[in-house]
Design a protein around this ligand. Structure first.
Ligand code: SF4
Ligand code: SF4
Ligand code: ZN
Length: 271
């Protein structure tokens, strides 16, 4: 297997993975989406809510606020040694909110949640929870825990996680007269005309739409778009709860665990 990092930011990552097949990259994608845990609010005790939103709606909105996650400091409640429905310091984090509109109308934002652990806080301070008019109050205690995206989307650490085949573009220089029609039609600006020749400017951006082939006036087309077997561009965008490389690392670890489990099950059945 060959891996090249094409792009890496605080929240996103793009990899070129060669020498693997579709089920392998799809297993990584599925693990990143559904199996890598992250923190989200799961229980809310409303002490006072005189806002226009019902308690259930406020609780639902709180659940969907992405929280920075410390995977090494917390256990999944089902794996925690406390075995308690209420959780303990190793599987639960308490956040509180106490807000009253003293004057006019105010918006209550995620940044007003006070966490008992400064590392487990909303990714963004600017997620609106509700609005309060003069005299209205919102007081609550919220409990966050680790969970998995397969149980609820609020525990999904990625906003997108996709893969596509690595494109292959061939230009027949004998047939091509550099008319530039393929360059003009390409929605992703993959091609460029330089010194009377068509060149590939940004291959990974190609979506394999084949519009360039259709636009080519030559018969047969002087440009041919296909894809490389067993080579993929894997893109991942974190919601901000975990760094993208940590999500990938965890997805790989989980895949390894799943394969070991499969091997041990096969062994048991054989004996
Ligand atoms: S297949 Fe589509 S995206 Fe790729 S180079 Fe051709 S027009 Fe551009
Ligand atoms: S449209 Fe066809 S002939 Fe024109 S530049 Fe592109 S490949 Fe060459
Ligand atoms: Zn616990």
């Amino acid at each position: 297997m060959e891996i090249k990092v094409l792009e890496k930011g605080d929240k996103n990552m793009r990899l070129l993975i060669k020498g693997v097949d579709t089920p392998f990259v799809n297993a990584l994608r599925r693990n990143a989406l559904a199996e890598v845990p992250c923190m989200a609010i799961d229980d809310v005790v409303i002490i006072e809510n005189s806002s226009v939103l019902q308690d259930e709606i406020v609780a639902h909105r709180l659940g969907l606020i992405p929280l920075k996650t410390d995977l090494d400091g917390y256990n999944l409640p089902e794996e925690c040694s406390c075995k308690s429905e209420f959780g303990c310091n190793l599987c639960r984090v308490t956040l509180t909110l106490d807000r009253e509109a003293k004057e006019g109308t105010v918006t209550v934002y995620s940044g007003e949640l006070v966490s008992e652990n400064p590392n487990i806080v909303p990714v963004s301070d600017k997620v609106p929870i509700t609005k309060l008019v003069k005299g209205q109050k919102l007081r609550l205690e919220a409990y966050a825990r680790l969970g998995k995206g397969k149980n609820h989307a609020k525990w999904q650490p990625v906003s997108t996680c996709t893969y596509k085949y690595l494109p292959q573009i061939k230009i027949d220089s004998k047939n091509c007269d550099a008319c530039g029609k393929c360059v003009e039609i390409c929605p992703r600006k993959v091609l460029e005309k330089s010194e009377g020749k068509i060149e590939i400017r940004d291959l990974p951006a190609c979506t394999l739409c084949q519009d360039c082939m259709d636009a080519c006036p030559k018969e047969p087309s002087a440009i041919e778009v296909g894809w490389e077997e067993n080579a993929f561009i894997f893109s991942l965008e974190s919601t901000g709860v975990l760094p993208p490389e940590r999500i990938m690392e965890e997805a790989v670890k989980i895949l390894e665990k799943q394969l070991k489990e499969l091997a041990s099950q096969i062994k048991v059945r054989k004996t």
